[in-house]
Design a protein around this ligand. Structure first.
Ligand code: PAF
Length: 251
């Protein structure tokens, strides 16, 4: 497996890559089985699979949240090597934002709702880094999880709006045995919060209305950011202590 810390080295390697299709899985590291399901989807479909590990500071509206985000590049690299990935990109902030974030992608409607209403600037940061990474990697297929449903929709719409030549592949949410959606943030839950967290998914699924879901989650001890039904999905975000959890279910 090739490891690239330098974007210039990556560009040289990419220019010489003949094999296709090329699959790309962008991540912020702290890899878990949810990420691995994206990697496996690419390994099954693409000749070359590339993964990036970059904790994007521009998508954190809260400095403390950014600083507490779990990071272990060594372990991530080991996991990816074992999985059979061809190349890993580990760029730093100075290379990704050499322009000092003078240029960014901004969406004016859907990104302001749901998570965007609670995390100002979050989706500008996500869309900007995803566009930069897609332009660097130039994949045929790029893989994103349905757990981040609003993110997935926005990336899908951005790629279409800017005529970007990449196919966005949506992958099912991977869950723990008790239903909790896998997330790098789960490791920040203490044992009491972790036990409680299972009630998030169960409540979203079993409640008849968003009002009932919000009330039940509050009664269970969650601080509810939002629960909304959009088309055939119920999307929600809650806080347990300092940890924010998001999830969505089909309704
Ligand atoms: O879903 C994530 O992990 C991040 O938002 C992404 C897509 C890697 C962009 O930083």
């Amino acid at each position: 497996m090739k490891i690239f810390k330098s974007i210039d080295d990556w560009k040289i390697y990419r220019a010489g890559l003949q094999e296709s299709p090329l699959g790309f899985v962008p991540t912020m590291g702290a890899l878990h089985p949810g990420h691995l399901s994206l990697v496996e989807a690419s390994l099954a479909r693409d000749v070359v699979t590339v993964v990036s590990v970059f904790i994007n500071p521009k998508q954190f509206d809260d400095k403390a949240d950014f600083e507490a985000y779990p990071a272990d590049d060594g372990k991530d690299v080991e996991i990816l090597e074992k999985a059979g990935v061809a190349a890993v990109l580990l760029p730093d902030t100075a290379q990704i934002y050499a322009d000092d974030y003078r240029f960014k992608v901004s969406e004016a409607e859907f990104s302001r709702r749901l998570c965007g209403a609670h995390r100002p600037g979050h989706f500008d940061g996500v869309l900007t880094v995803v566009m930069r990474l897609l332009n660097l990697v130039r994949p045929d297929n790029a893989y994103f999880g349905e757990k981040d449903y609003q993110q997935l929709q926005l990336i899908h719409d951005m790629v279409s709006a800017f005529f970007m030549p990449v196919n966005i592949v949506a992958c099912k949410t991977v869950r723990e045995a008790d239903g909790l959606a896998m997330s790098s943030r789960n490791q920040r839950l203490n044992s009491r919060q972790r036990a409680l967290a299972a009630g998030f998914y169960a409540t979203l699924k079993s409640s008849r209305t968003v009002t009932e879901a919000s009330q039940t989650l509050a009664d269970l001890g969650f601080s509810v950011d939002y629960v909304e039904d959009i088309a055939n999905r119920r999307l929600a975000a809650v806080q347990l202590g300092n940890t924010r959890l998001i999830d969505n279910v089909e309704i």
